[in-house]
Design a protein around this ligand. Structure first.
Ligand code: ADP
Ligand code: MG
Length: 352
């Protein structure tokens, strides 16, 4: 985003925070500063007491290496808050960290947090309460697709329809907007994590090789695709041979990886087709002109934009800096709260 001197100045005396509490990554955007925190949504807890021992990158590094009394968890894995106390600890830690970074003493922050479109009242309440107990002065919630669209600079308040697909780790969320309202939306639990599992399963059934999810994610990012590549590639994956039990390395091509990912990619495309099928024709015609914007880490899968363009018969493009859209969009709301209040979702009450 362009440097805005007014925002910078206001940022010196107040603390306005936009948070993307993602299933895979948590990002914090501070007004006037931009993204100040970008860490994995992981918490390491002591098994017996459930006391948090490490949060963020430090906790993720412990995954697979923890001792018997330490457990590394992703409290938002499925896009819902399965473990409230852990989520709360994570939010407190990140809000506190953003607060600490202020040069001059500032009042307690105002916070806008993105929540999945499908979040229940109980889950929303949990996020709200966590923000307040983490020391927020005011806390507001916004649907993630709306925040993503704002962060991607989509003209969602205008009459012509606009569409976003946010592909994260745990969930894919799709929304169509017109005149500031969400006209259609859909959420599904097939996204980046599922693609990693696809690769693990493919390699296991084809080569009898068990690889870790992290190795799968790494090859997905470096060589996975949804559309034929200009130059297909080959890489090596390492794991344990399930027959011999010994370590083994196998060569795998980008063509095979595409085959492994095909089901998940098709499921995402089918969801978009279903939604378009139910969308009023006037809006479909707007979308044919405007296209569909992709956000979230999973949208960076090579060739996904081309694949969607060809299957949906409308231009699909990846937003600029797609992994930070939700945090930036949530942060934008506080720049003019009166004007943007209509984008917020339930429980937008303040303390006192
Ligand atoms: P969330 O909002 O759920 O926290 P993110 O938007 O941070 O999720 O996206 C995380 C997902 O994006 C992970 O599954 C990760 O593997 C995937 N991802 C990140 N970069 C790429 C890439 N270049 N290609 C494919 N997938 C990617
Ligand atoms: Mg997300």
């Amino acid at each position: 985003m362009a440097f805005n001197p007014l925002n910078w100045l206001l940022g010196l005396f107040s603390l306005d925070i936009g948070i993307d509490l993602g299933t895979a990554n948590t990002l914090v955007n501070v007004r006037g500063k931009g993204i100040v925190i970008n860490e994995p949504s992981w918490v390491a807890i002591e098994k017996k007491t459930r006391r948090p021992l490490a949060i963020g990158a430090e906790a993720k590094a412990m995954v697979g290496r923890t001792s018997s009394n330490v457990l590394a968890v992703r409290p938002l894995r499925d896009g819902v808050i399965s473990e409230f106390d852990i989520t709360e600890a994570m939010l407190e830690y990140f809000i506190g960290k953003a607060h600490e970074q202020s040069i001059v003493p500032v009042p307690r922050p105002r916070v806008v947090v993105g929540v999945p479109k499908g979040a229940t009242e109980v889950e929303k309440r949990a996020v709200y309460d966590a923000c307040m107990s983490a020391g927020a002065r005011e806390a507001y919630l916004i649907d993630e697709p709306t925040a993503a669209a704002l962060g991607a600079n989509l003209p969602i308040s205008e009459v012509p329809g606009t569409m976003i697909i946010d592909i994260g780790g745990g969930t894919t969320e799709l929304a169509i907007f017109s005149m500031g309202d969400t006209v259609m939306s859909r959420s599904m639990r097939i996204a980046g994590d599922e693609m990693d599992v696809d690769i693990v399963n493919y390699v296991r059934s084809k080569y009898n090789l068990l690889i870790g999810e992290r190795m799968a994610e790494a090859v997905k990012i470096s060589m996975g695709s949804a559309y034929p590549l200009k130059e297909e590639q080959i890489t090596t994956v390492r794991g344990r041979n399930l027959v011999s039990g010994l370590p083994e390395a196998v060569e795998i091509s980008s063509v095979e990886l595409r085959e492994a990912l095909a089901n998940s990619v098709r499921t995402i495309i089918d969801m978009a087709k279903d939604v378009l099928d139910e969308t009023p024709p006037e809006i479909v015609s707007d979308l044919m002109e405007m296209g569909v914007c992709l956000a979230g880490g999973g949208s960076q899968l090579q060739g996904l934009d081309e694949r969607l363009s060809s299957d949906l018969r409308m231009r699909a493009w990846v937003a600029e800096d797609p992994m930070t859209c939700v945090a930036r969009g949530a942060g934008l709301v506080l720049e003019d709260l009166d004007e943007n209040r209509r984008y917020l979702t339930g429980l937008e009450r303040t303390r006192g």
